[in-house]
Design a protein around this ligand. Structure first.
Ligand code: ZN
Length: 198
């Protein structure tokens, strides 16, 4: 087997580090980029550089944004007494699509997972505690996995003594499924009929 030119190998290796991209797909994509007109490659490279340079995290909710605070945090028409806790920015996108939620968000940055060496201190819990003044309810919208459950329980214990109502998405979202794969209608309903955590 003849080996690929080093630059092509390098591109394939970089693409192979993307989630869901195996070695074969990475090689196929690398060849596609190589075969495409020069401008196509430049558009892709520029888009990557631009997103890394211009998109930051909101200093309040840690959602990705080009302005700080983000358009959600700075929207006075939204309910600032309500915070929905999510693992990542993608979940915000999903919840916004349901049109069922008018509060604020807080991006936790993951869930507690001892097996992966992720403890509470690795998440944005301190930052959450720092913005609870005037907040009446925190909705826990974490992945319904074992780790998501454990994290929800940990947070409920931490937040309840502060006199804040802690709710979670209604059951109906299949256990273990990523919120990413839940349709808008189901997610919207789960938000509407959220339940109090004891
Ligand atoms: Zn924000």
């Amino acid at each position: 087997m003849t080996s690929l030119p080093p630059a092509l190998q390098e591109l394939a290796a970089a693409l192979g580090r993307l989630p869901g991209i195996g070695r074969k797909t990475a090689t196929r994509l690398a060849f596609f980029i190589l075969n495409a007109p020069r401008e196509e490659g430049e558009i892709l490279a520029r888009a990557i550089m631009k997103v890394k340079a211009e998109v930051k995290r909101c200093s309040r909710c840690f959602n990705f944004t080009e302005s700080d605070p983000c358009h959600i945090c700075s929207d006075e028409r939204r309910n600032h007494k309500l915070i929905c806790l999510v693992e990542d920015s993608q979940t915000i996108l999903l919840i916004e699509k349901t049109n069922e939620y008018r509060g604020l968000y807080h991006v936790l940055g993951g869930v507690i997972s001892p097996l992966d060496g992720i403890g509470p201190e690795a998440l944005r819990i301190k930052e959450l505690l720092g913005r609870l003044e005037g907040v009446e309810e925190v909705i826990l919208a974490l992945t319904p996995s074992t780790e998501g459950e454990a994290t929800s329980i940990y947070l409920a214990k931490l937040l309840k003594p502060q006199g804040i109502r802690i709710t979670r998405l209604a059951r109906g979202i299949p256990l273990g499924s990523s919120l990413e794969f839940v349709d808008e209608l189901t997610l919207g309903k789960a938000l509407q009929s959220r339940s109090e955590m004891n």
